[in-house]
Ligand binder design. Sequence first.
Ligand code: NAP
Length: 328
Amino acid sequence: MYSAKENRYENTQLRHAGDSGLVLPPVSLGLWRHFSDQDPFADRREVILAAFDRGMFHFDVADHYGTPYGASERLLGRILASDLKPYRDEIVVSTKVGYEMHPGAFGTGTSRKAIAQDINASLRRLQTDYVDVYYAHRFDDQTPLHETVRALDDVVRSGKALYIGISNYDNAQTKEAVKLFRELGTPLVLSQMSYNMFNRSVETTGLLDTLRQSGVGMVAYGPLSEGLLSDRYLDGIPEDFPIHPTNRGTFKNGRDAVVTKLQQLNSIAHDRNQTLSQMALAWLLRDKVVASVIIGTTSVAHLDDNLKASEHLDFTDAELQAIAVILD
Ligand SMILES: NC(=O)c1ccc[n+]([C@@H]2O[C@H](COP(=O)([O-])OP(=O)(O)OC[C@H]3O[C@@H](n4cnc5c(N)ncnc54)[C@H](OP(=O)(O)O)[C@@H]3O)[C@@H](O)[C@H]2O)c1
């Protein structure tokens, strides 16, 4: 019988999701890869409970995660209904709608019908009455944005979600969504985007500034660029490295160029008494608009490594300048 560590929040800092009252831990756990039906349940349970014991109270999934689709939500649901049941009020569960779930016109996208069906299916798999954050996982260009916004607003009004997020919306789409949600009074509090040292498009497109001005927080997904930004690849990157589509630009000058950058960044991290992973996460969290970074891991040792990032979030101007030169 699991009982959560009493001192679980001892080292947890809280960060606001934009201007809202929703707070998140600096480092959150995502269950996209390797939290599926074919993965060893006992090992994954251990990681999830280790995270909660360390004050990571935010778990991120999506309807579409896992094989078959829905498997990651089901896995988390099993734990929410058992070990974590007494702690549901302490936990932030976020899930998403928008990518393919089943054949037919309403198995994908964010039409009113797709959303109305999907939230119920997610709640069933997660074995919970509500999710804390419900995201539109992608911009659906086949559905008018005002329809998606109205449908998500209804999800909040029905009590099935407390807050709304958007994910993979570009700057212009975000501005329009903010306006429409505001008109309805819907609590749009987060934008979840691919953001890491090697992929700074949210900075260059102006999205980060839009979020700051709109009082919406950012959640950075893939903050270690699928693990590249760790000490694992300092001697080379395998050809079959599973880079996310949003990070493909990372290899534009070849893998050896990336390895050189990793070694240079690692040297700065070393001087800061951090591992490369810790520095990569701290570098994102130095900006308050980043409410949390969502890491993916199957290892308690990596969890511990990453959690230490928040112990040292400050960077000197000289460090930032040296990092900028490497990343250029
Ligand atoms: N909204 C979206 O469209 C979207 C898209 C992608 C992802 N996401 C969310 O973001 C989450 C994280 O994405 P991600 O898995 O790409 O994140 P990530 O944390 O950048 O990469 C995960 C990889 O890094 C490795 N890793 C983690 N910590 C490490 C450490 N300290 N040292 C060495 N290796 C380490 C993991 O391997 P080990 O298992 O061995 O630790 C895993 O292979 C997902 O689970 C999902 O919730 C959202």
